[in-house]
Design a protein. Structure first.
Lengths: 212, 212
């Protein structure tokens, strides 16, 4: 069989609808009620969320300042998709019974409470639930919110969203987040050489100067 | 400040446009030319791809049979997003210069050549490039193609798309894919207890019986 000649333009997908749709979802996101971290009650669903810092820790003063009158600058954006989603092992019906989004937000509040220098009360969250076929938008909306906001804990400081790597994987270094906020028990087990704390603090200063 | 009462329905996003848009992109995908693995020339872009098996390895006879007259059942679906995408460290301008999709397909052909029991000539690929803002659709389209096709190497057998875990992480077990296709040098370094080969072969049989 003769292979077709390669023509790049035959492989490029164009559809302006998507850009408008994402903007619509982002606008919806920014209009949803803001809640404590974790939200006051458990709920079903998967989706996208943002965390806003409004406390007095001097490391994140720029964020507190920017969020003084409005929840404008998230310090972290993330998504919660059902377990097994990557392997397509779950059906849409199971999706809708998942409490993954609430669980993820609660997990974040635990991460924040583990070190002594942050207070979960200083964090507020916003979140949108995507159901059924709409759940396939989750990745795109998360990516867009990260691209628009460049949240500090998604960019200059990595590792906040990490999970316990589990036994057999503790040879790796603890994340930047765990270097500056010491307390998550599993992070203490990581034996690799982490980034120097001074370097991370410098990265934070550079980042905050850029978003001011 | 009094927190608003939690009302789940205020957080649920509805938009039927997305479902139609994804279908449009999937139809476009299924109409693109099929090429060898890797494609005959390098090209710029990031996007989504599928690999189709048409060879004689008895493990994957069901796939060869189903693809006899048409490239219908991918054995693997994946995406290629620019490096640093998750951290939003790159701009859209840099996106468009990335050769990530071609690089990923070439990497897959190397994985296939590493063991002695597969031949890259027995694999064909289909791929769609998403540019600029459209690149945010990549995750959704990949998820949809996986959900529709339930490709064997995305579901019953995991690990084909893995990268070298790198020094400090070889305590983990080699993946199911590396148990049945022995040859990738870095997989040999993984010291954990992998899935039993018989179990994996059983999973493949069950999977192929289900898609026949």
């Amino acid at each position: 069989m003769k292979e077709p000649v390669f023509e790049r333009n035959k492989h490029v997908y164009h559809n302006e609808t998507f850009v408008e749709l994402v903007k619509d979802a982002v606008r919806f996101f920014n209009g949803t009620p803001v809640h404590t971290l974790p939200p006051p009650e458990s709920f079903q669903g998967t989706g996208v969320y943002a965390l806003y810092y409004i406390g007095n820790n001097s490391l994140y003063g720029t964020y507190s300042g920017l969020n003084r009158l409005d929840y404008r600058n998230p310090i972290y954006v993330g998504k919660a998709v059902p377990e097994g989603w990557r392997q397509s092992r779950i059906s849409d019906a199971e999706d809708s019974n998942s409490r993954e989004l609430y669980t993820r937000l609660r997990e974040h509040s635990r991460s924040i409470k583990a070190p002594g220098d942050l207070d979960a009360k200083d964090f507020m969250c916003r979140f949108v639930i995507f159901e059924k076929d709409g759940s396939d938008m989750i990745g795109s909306i998360e990516a867009t919110l990260i691209k628009i906001n460049v949240p500090l804990w998604n960019s200059a400081v990595d590792g906040f969203g990490n999970h316990d790597p589990g036994s057999g994987r503790y040879e790796q270094a603890k994340s930047d987040w765990d270097v500056i906020h010491v307390g998550r028990p599993w992070a203490q087990k990581c034996k690799g050489v982490p980034t120097d704390k001074k370097v991370i603090l410098g990265n934070i200063k550079t980042h905050e100067a850029a978003i001011k």
